[in-house]
Design a protein around this ligand. Structure first.
Ligand code: ATP
Ligand code: MG
Length: 255
C-alpha cells in the first residue's frame, strides 16, 4: 500500500456553517449541536473527537445528509444540501458520499462481494463488476468475496465496508467509529486501509474516540457539548510521534 500523501488544496469539498440540532424527544429539548462551523479541504483527512454524547455522530449525520440540521448551511462540492429534496439527497449520497459505520450493516443473505456490488450497480451499472473486483483485490479480501458476512473476521468485514463505500467513487468518505468494534490488530488493519484511501486522494471525515486512530488524520477537531472547541494539525511521517503529539495536545487541553 502506498504511503505518499496527495497535495491538499485549500478548496473545501465540504463546508458547514451554523449547524444547530436538537432532538424533540428529550425533555426539555437540548441542543446537541450548537452552531458548528466546519470546513473540510479536498483531499483532507479530518478526525472528529470528543466525549461520548458530545454530538460527534449527530454532526457526521448532519454534514453527510443522513439527517438534517435544524438550521445552518452545508455545501458538498458547492452544492447546497439543505435545498435538496429527500430524493435528490439520497441520489447525492449514493453517488458522492461513502459511509463506514461501527457495524457493517450488511445483508446477511448476500455474499461479501454482492453486498459491495449492490450499491455500485445502483449508482452506475457499467463497470461496477470490474470496479468491485479491483477494490476486493486492493483491500486484500478477494479470496473471501464469495463468503457470507458471518464467515469472515471483523477486520475483513470492515475492509468490505470500505470497498462498498468506495465502489461509487465518493467525493467524501464518512466514517463513524470505524474501528469501534475491533481489536487492536484489526484496528491497525482497517486504519492502514483508510490511510490508503486518503493517500489516493479521497477526502475522509472520521469520528473516533481513539487517539491512536485519530492520529492518522491531518487535522483533529474536538467537540464538547455540541461545539467545536479546538483543533490541531498533525504533521510528520512517524506514526508514534503523531500519536504522541495528539495525546500531548489532548492532555494539555484537558480533553
Ligand atoms: N435520535 C435521537 N433522539 C434523541 N436524542 C438523540 C438522538 N441522537 C442523539 N441524541 C442525543 O444527542 C447527544 C449526542 O449524541 P451523539 O450520538 O451525537 O454523541 P456521540 O458524540 O456520537 O457519542 P458516542 O461517542 O457515544 O457515539 C446525546 O445526548 C444523545 O443522547
Ligand atoms: Mg457516536
Amino acid at each position: 500500500m502506498t504511503t505518499t500523501m496527495p497535495p491538499t488544496t485549500s478548496e473545501p469539498v465540504l463546508s458547514a456553517h451554523g449547524i444547530r440540532k436538537s432532538f424533540a424527544t428529550s425533555d426539555p429539548p437540548t441542543e446537541v449541536l450548537r452552531g458548528i462551523d466546519l470546513e473540510v479541504a479536498t483531499g483532507e483527512f479530518l478526525a472528529v473527537m470528543g466525549a461520548s454524547g458530545s454530538g460527534k455522530s449527530t454532526l457526521l449525520y448532519a454534514i453527510s445528509g443522513l439527517d438534517r440540521p435544524d438550521t445552518g448551511e452545508i455545501a458538498l462540492e458547492g452544492k447546497d444540501l439543505t435545498a435538496l429534496t429527500e430524493k435528490e439527497m439520497s441520489a447525492l449520497r449514493l453517488h458522492r458520499m461513502g459511509f463506514i459505520f461501527q457495524q457493517g450493516y450488511f445483508l446477511d443473505n448476500l455474499t461479501i462481494r454482492d453486498n459491495i456490488l449492490l450499491p455500485a450497480l445502483k449508482a452506475e451499472p457499467s463497470g461496477a463488476d470490474a470496479a468491485v473486483d479491483e477494490l476486493l483485490e486492493r483491500f486484500g479480501i478477494d479470496h473471501i468475496a464469495g463468503h457470507g458476512v458471518t464467515e469472515v473476521s471483523g477486520g475483513q468485514l470492515q475492509r468490505a465496508s470500505i470497498c462498498r463505500a468506495l465502489a461509487t467513487d465518493p467525493a467524501v468518505l464518512f466514517a463513524d467509529e470505524p474501528t469501534g468494534a475491533l481489536n487492536s490488530a484489526m484496528t491497525e488493519e482497517v486504519m492502514t486501509a483508510i490511510g490508503d484511501v486518503h493517500a489516493r486522494g479521497t477526502t475522509v471525515v472520521m469520528v473516533t474516540h481513539d487517539p491512536r486512530v485519530a492520529s492518522r488524520a491531518d487535522r483533529v477537531v474536538y467537540l464538547r457539548d455540541g461545539d467545536v472547541v479546538d483543533e490541531t494539525r498533525l504533521t510528520g511521517a512517524d506514526p508514534e510521534q503523531r500519536e504522541h503529539d495528539l495525546q500531548d495536545w489532548l492532555s494539555r487541553n484537558g480533553f
